[in-house]
Design a protein around this ligand. Structure first.
Ligand code: FAD
Ligand code: GLY
Length: 379
């Protein structure tokens, strides 16, 4: 057992996930959360576990990490659900990326070729074959890529279960307790400052999502390059005739906006999301909601009749290269686990396992080595 006190800054899926792994190993952990735990990006997300649909030719390290995290999901879900007796809505039906307009066909074929070159598990379907799987798809869907292994989880249920698991094992959670400053002396972290004053720590993990670069005390060169990327979202209530079970996504570069539809076990249909570089603005805008509904209607016309039950926005923690920032920093005992951008729900298990291992052993695994802060250093 590690006889050290660990402070984690931020109580989203990443902070709570790491905290849970550490308290299970018998470590004393305190999480400071500025607001209510799990109500940041972790609440706003779609919950898609989609390494294939999110794959990009320039992001192969991220694809590998994403696949490793997805592979850990069944074990993660089983343990979390049995420890908390809270189901977290993991669904393994898969994902259909669909083409609707003639322009989509080229993009869909291009994506399929890429996925095949990358050795990913995909299947080409005609429009009729796609409609055999999801009868509510539009008659204008011309073709689809089936990604059987791109799954989903209910992120809101997961973050609540993580909080229960963490606290159930004795983890300390201070909510409404923002960290104002990370205190560093002689290039070593000594603790944090909150509204209640100084609290000492042997090690500190920064997991404050898109706010990670805003905490005082870090030398300029070590401020993580993380920014907020706004996403507007909405939820519909599925009804007979529009009961999807697969995640549906339109092609990535679709004009004016690609959309996804994520059917939950409780009958909600999550529709997302805009991708907006507007700083910390979280306003809901008619144009955003209109484009989401328009895109969703083109994919599944039956949504026209469904009740609209919720709208919200969230801020993705985007890094300069879209990949997370994980591991040690030049400051002794200061560890980063931030910048998970569009895939933080997917990347929660691998981040939690690997960062807790780093805290316990001091060793950086090959898995997270490519994601160090120093990849951004300019020589
Ligand atoms: P957060 O959940 O934002 O948590 C950070 C926490 O730190 C917050 O609770 C905040 O209050 C706290 N904090 C901030 N500053 C301080 C401070 N000074 N002191 C103490 N606490 C502080 N990912 C997927 O894998 N699949 C998806 O389908 C998906 N869809 C998304 C859709 C949208 C619209 C958005 C916004 C994100 C989506 N994501 C998705 C991304 C995913 O939600 C994030 O990558 C992930 O939630 C990041 O988790 P986090 O714990 O780092 O951040
Ligand atoms: N991964 C989905 C999103 O970020 O909107």
């Amino acid at each position: 057992m590690l006889n050290k006190k660990i402070i984690i800054i931020g109580g989203g899926v990443i902070g709570l996930g790491i905290g849970w792994q550490l308290v299970k190993a018998g470590v004393a952990v305190t999480i400071h959360e500025r607001g209510q735990a799990g109500r940041g990006a972790s609440w706003a997300a779609g919950g898609m576990l989609g390494p294939i649909a999110e794959a990009h030719i320039d992001e192969l390290d991220l694809l590998k990490l994403s696949n490793e995290s997805l592979a850990r999901y069944p074990e993660w879900v089983k343990e979390l659900e049995s420890e908390t007796e809270m189901p977290i809505g993991y669904r393994a039906e898969g994902t259909l990326i669909i083409g609707i307009q003639p322009d989509d066909s080229y993009q869909l074929q291009h994506a399929y070729n890429l996925y095949q070159d990358l050795g990913l598990n995909v299947e080409w379907l005609s429009g009729d074959e796609a409609r055999e799987i999801e009868g509510a798809l539009s008659p204008y869907v011309t073709a689809a890529i089936r990604c059987e292994t791109d799954h989903q989880v209910d992120n809101r249920l997961m973050v609540q279960a993580l909080q229960r698991a963490y606290q159930g094992r004795g983890g300390v959670l201070h909510q409404n307790s923002g960290v104002k400053r990370i205190v560093i002396e002689n290039d070593t972290v000594t603790g944090v400052e909150t509204q209640d004053g100084f609290e000492s720590a042997d090690m500190c993990v920064l997991a404050a999502g898109c706010w990670s670069g805003q905490i005082n005390g870090l030398p300029d060169t070590l401020i993580p390059p993380v920014r907020p990327v706004k996403g507007q979202m909405l939820a519909l209530q599925m009804q007979e005739g529009v009961m999807l079970s697969n995640v549906i996504r339109t092609v990535k570069a679709r004009y004016p906006m690609p959309v996804y539809l994520v059917p939950r076990g409780d009958g909600r249909l999550i529709v997302g999301a805009t991708t907006e570089e507007l700083g910390f603005d979280t306003d809901l805008i008619v144009g955003g909601i209109y484009e989401l509904l328009h895109g969703a209607f083109e994919a599944v016309p039956g949504i026209y009749e469904l009740p609209l039950i919720e709208t919200w926005t969230g801020l993705r923690p985007g890094s300069s290269d879209n990949a997370p920032i994980l591991g040690k920093t030049p400051v002794e005992n200061l560890i980063y686990a931030t910048g998970h951008y569009r895939n933080g729900i997917l990347l929660t298990p691998i981040t939690a396992y690997e960062i807790s291992k780093l805290v316990l052993t001091g060793e950086t695994s090959d898995t997270i080595a490519p994601f160090h802060l120093d990849r951004f250093s300019i020589d």
